[in-house]
Design a protein around this ligand. Structure first.
Ligand code: 1CP
Length: 362
C-alpha cells in the first residue's frame, strides 16, 4: 500500500474528520456517468458490466471527471455499481438499460440459491484491481472513494428483480418474513464488509455506503431492518481498522430519504459522515445530528437544469444554510442524489465554481 503517490489534496479527508476547511471539498455522486460525452463514447463500444470488469476501462472512466474538472473537484469515486455484490452472491444481473435480475428472490426458499460463502477476491478481484490502477493513475491529485450498496438497498433489488416505484415485493418480505429478511440483510452486510476491506487494501482512501432506498421504509422499519445491517458494516470495518489489518479511512453513509432517522443514525450507525438528500435544510440536519458526524450534500440535482443563475442562487442558499447550522466545519459539498443524464457538463463546472466561491470559511 505504501507505493502510492502522496496525496496532494486532502480537503475531503479533513472535512470528513469534522475539521474546518478553507472551503468545502466537492464531488458529485454519479460524476462519471451518462451526462459526460466522453463516458457515452466509451459506452458505445462496451457493455456496462464489461466496463466494470475491465480495470483499464473502469480507471479511464473514473478519471474522466477528474481530467475535465481539474482543480475544481476534490474526490474521485471508482467506476462500478452497487449491483456487483448480488452478482458476487450468485445472482445474474443485466443492465438494459436499468438493472434487471432474471431470477429474483421470490420467497425465502430462493435464498438457498445464493452462494454459501462468497470469496470476494475471486468474485470481485476485478474491482480491487481497478482501484489499485486508478489510485496510481490519480497520482495523488484527489482521494479515491470506494463504495458498496447498503444491505437494504441491495435486498430491494434482489427481491424486486430491478428498479421499482412501490417496493411492494421487498417490503412484503419485511412484513411477511421478518426473521428471514433480517438474516439475509446481515448476510449481505457480511459480504459488504469483506468487499470494503478488500477495497481499502487495494487503495480506497474513503468508503461510501449507498442506502438509496432507506427513505422507502418507515422510521420504525428502518431502525428494525436497515440500521442493524449498516451497523454490522461499520463495526466490521472498525474492527479491521483497530487490529491494523487495514488503514483507518473515513466512512460515509448516504441514507437517502431517512431524514426522520438522522439523529438515530448519527448516534448509532457508526459512520463519520452522513450524506443528505435535498429534502432537509442543512441547519436542521446539523441540529439533528449534533457534532458527532460530518455532513455531505445536499443540493437538489434538478437545479443543474435550471441555468447558471439558478445554480448560483441554490449554491449560495445551501452554503448559507450550512453556515447557519454552525459553520462549514465538517461539510462535504455534493448533490442530494446522483447527477442525471442530460445535464450540460459546463453547468456542472459552474456548480463547482460556485461552491468554491461561496463555501469559503470566511
Ligand atoms: O448505461 C449506463 O451507462 C448505466 C448508467 C449507470 C452508471 C453510470 C449505472 C446503472 N450505474 C452507473 C455507475 C454507478 N452506480 C456508480 C459509479 C460511480 C459514480 O460516478 O458515482 C455508482 C456509485 C453507482 C451506484 C448505484 N447504482 C446506486 C446508488 C447510488 C444512487 O444513485 O442511488 C444505485 C441505486 C445503483 C443502481 C443502478 N445502476 C444503474 C442504474 C440506472 C441504477 C438505478 C436504477 C434504478 O432506478 O433502480
Amino acid at each position: 500500500m505504501s507505493d502510492f503517490p502522496p496525496l496532494k489534496n486532502d480537503l475531503l479527508l479533513r472535512a470528513a474528520r469534522g475539521e474546518q476547511t478553507e472551503r468545502a471539498p466537492v464531488w458529485v455522486m454519479r460524476q462519471a456517468g451518462r451526462y459526460l460525452p466522453e463516458f457515452r463514447k466509451v459506452r458505445e463500444d462496451h457493455e456496462f458490466f464489461e466496463i466494470c470488469r475491465t480495470p483499464e476501462l473502469a480507471k479511464e472512466i473514473t478519471l474522466q471527471p477528474i481530467r475535465r474538472y481539474t482543480g475544481l473537484i476534490d474526490a474521485s469515486i471508482i467506476f462500478s455499481d452497487i449491483l456487483v455484490v448480488p452478482q458476487a452472491m450468485g445472482m445474474e444481473v443485466l443492465m438494459n438499460p436499468g438493472p434487471h435480475f432474471p431470477d429474483p428472490l421470490n420467497t425465502p426458499a430462493d435464498i438457498g440459491k445464493l452462494t454459501k460463502t462468497v470469496d470476494v477476491n475471486k468474485e470481485l478481484g476485478y474491482v480491487f484491481e481497478a482501484i489499485t490502477v486508478t489510485r496510481k493513475a490519480l497520482d495523488g491529485e484527489v482521494p479515491l472513494i470506494g463504495f458498496c450498496g447498503a444491505p437494504w438497498t441491495l435486498f430491494a433489488y434482489m427481491v424486486e428483480g430491478g428498479g421499482t416505484k412501490t417496493f411492494q415485493k421487498s417490503k412484503t418480505w419485511l412484513f411477511q418474513y421478518p426473521q428471514e429478511s433480517k438474516d439475509l440483510l446481515l448476510r449481505i452486510a457480511d459480504v459488504c464488509v469483506d468487499y470494503l476491506i478488500g477495497q481499502v487494501k487495494a487503495g480506497a482512501q474513503v468508503l461510501q455506503v449507498f442506502d438509496s432506498w432507506a427513505g422507502e421504509l418507515s422510521p420504525h422499519h428502518f431502525a428494525e431492518f436497515s440500521l442493524p445491517s449498516l451497523q454490522r458494516i461499520s463495526s466490521g470495518l472498525r474492527k479491521a481498522f483497530a487490529d491494523g489489518s487495514i488503514p483507518s479511512v473515513p466512512l460515509i453513509l448516504f441514507p437517502k430519504g431517512a431524514n426522520e432517522s438522522l439523529s438515530d443514525i448519527a448516534a448509532n450507525a457508526g459512520y463519520d459522515v452522513l450524506g443528505l438528500d435535498w429534502c432537509i435544510e442543512p441547519d436542521h440536519a446539523r441540529q439533528l445530528v449534533g457534532e458527532k458526524v460530518a455532513l455531505q450534500g445536499n443540493m437538489d440535482p434538478v437545479m443543474l437544469y435550471g441555468g447558471k443563475d439558478a445554480i448560483e442562487r441554490e449554491v449560495k442558499r445551501v452554503c448559507e444554510g450550512f453556515k447557519k447550522g454552525g459553520g462549514t466545519r465538517g461539510w462535504i459539498a455534493n448533490l442530494g442524489h446522483g447527477i442525471t443524464p442530460g445535464v450540460d457538463p459546463e453547468d456542472l463546472r459552474w456548480f463547482f465554481e460556485c461552491i468554491h466561491k461561496y463555501s469559503s470559511a470566511s
